[in-house]
Design a protein around this ligand. Structure first.
Ligand code: AKB
Length: 341
């Protein structure tokens, strides 16, 4: 039986996975393999060639994938996010680092087996940054990829290390082996800011206050925001995050000067987000009740990212500024969603 050309999406049921699968399906180019601990919903499942319910730590499951499919690209989205990881740092390390190693190994095996390269898309995060103080945060210009890379969270450490692992696999794999062999892994990573989706509310992250606030307002629920009003980090609307993943996947290899790219759209304060939310949902009951420890994490993330490298190498340009995110994406879609519910 001939093997199929496939794209594997881990974390397929998560925020990014869902939208990404719908976008990938529009290409009509690949068989989509969805992998997650939780099955994808039926609408998303209908776009997939296979929906696999399982763990990226399950080597038998990964071996089965290698033997059954011809995987040409992997979107490795599965991860434990920053807040969740602080409660179970060892588990986070296992999922975020060992899980990524397993997928990198799978990519090498796949490349060996079909002889082509495997494009490995890895969403990294602003959590890789650790700005030492609020004074430095306020004084810093938009942060470049190599600056302030001393994260304070387990998740941030995991993401940063996996970026390095990916770079190693792509550029230096088995550099001392008698026969120099290329891994066949074309590793490409995006450092995402906080993401805001109209369709899903994230769990276990520290940038979650933005989507939580907006979804709570639309549902008519009161919301106690766990950071100060003046907290500022970068954000992006989910459609732009998915566009960015697709654009980086499609970029010609010789245009890429690095393995890791910052991407960003806007950097509102939590107070500015609350003002926009109240304008859209006048009954919104938002108050600020900072949790000092989660606040500390947000304070350690940069206020703004410099994404010149992504704009220059592969033409990154977000379509949604903050106003358009609210007016054209969040408010109409969130309203419709909770009206239906
Ligand atoms: C989190 O808050 O952990 C994530 C992230 C910024 O990567 N949303």
């Amino acid at each position: 039986m001939s093997r199929k050309q496939a794209v594997l999406v881990t974390g397929a049921s998560g925020e990014v996975g869902n939208g990404l699968i719908h976008r990938l399906a529009k290409l009509h180019q690949y068989d989509i393999l969805a992998l997650d601990l939780r099955d994808v919903d039926d609408e998303t499942g209908a776009k997939c060639h296979a929906r696999l319910v399982g763990d990226i730590l399950d080597s038998r499951l990964l071996e089965r994938l290698v033997s059954e499919f011809e995987i040409h690209a992997i979107f490795h989205l599965a991860a434990l996010l920053s807040t969740r990881s602080e409660f179970t740092p060892e588990t986070a390390h296992e999922v975020n680092v060992t899980g990524t190693m397993n997928l990198l190994k799978l990519a090498v095996e796949q490349s060996r087996s079909h002889g082509g390269r495997v494009t490995f898309l890895f969403p990294s995060s602003i959590a890789v940054y650790g700005v030492p103080s609020l004074t430095e945060k306020a004084a810093a210009r938009p942060v470049l990829e190599h600056e302030f890379t001393e994260p304070t969270t387990m998740y941030g450490c995991n993401k940063l290390y996996c970026e390095h692992l990916g770079r190693y696999y792509a550029r230096h794999y088995r550099q001392l082996a008698a026969e120099t062999t290329k891994s066949g892994v074309d590793f490409r990573s995006l450092r995402f800011p906080g993401l805001i989706s109209a369709f899903t509310v994230p769990h276990g992250g520290t940038s979650d206050y933005a989507p939580e606030m907006i979804h709570a307002a639309a549902k008519g629920e009161a919301y106690a925001c766990f950071v100060r009003e003046d907290s500022r980090i970068p954000f992006m609307a989910m459609p732009d995050a998915i566009d960015a993943l697709m654009a980086l996947m499609a970029a010609p290899a010789d245009a890429l000067s690095a393995n890791v790219y910052n991407v960003t759209a806007y950097s509102p304060t939590a107070g500015e987000l609350a003002t926009l939310t109240r304008a859209a949902f006048p009954d919104a009951a938002i108050r600020f009740a900072p949790d000092l420890r989660r606040q500390g994490i947000v304070d350690s993330w940069p206020a703004e990212l410099d994404d010149t490298r992504a704009r220059r190498d592969w033409g990154f340009k977000p379509s949604y500024d903050l106003k358009r995110t609210f007016d054209e994406y969040l408010v109409p879609n969130i309203r419709a969603r909770y009206r239906k519910a």
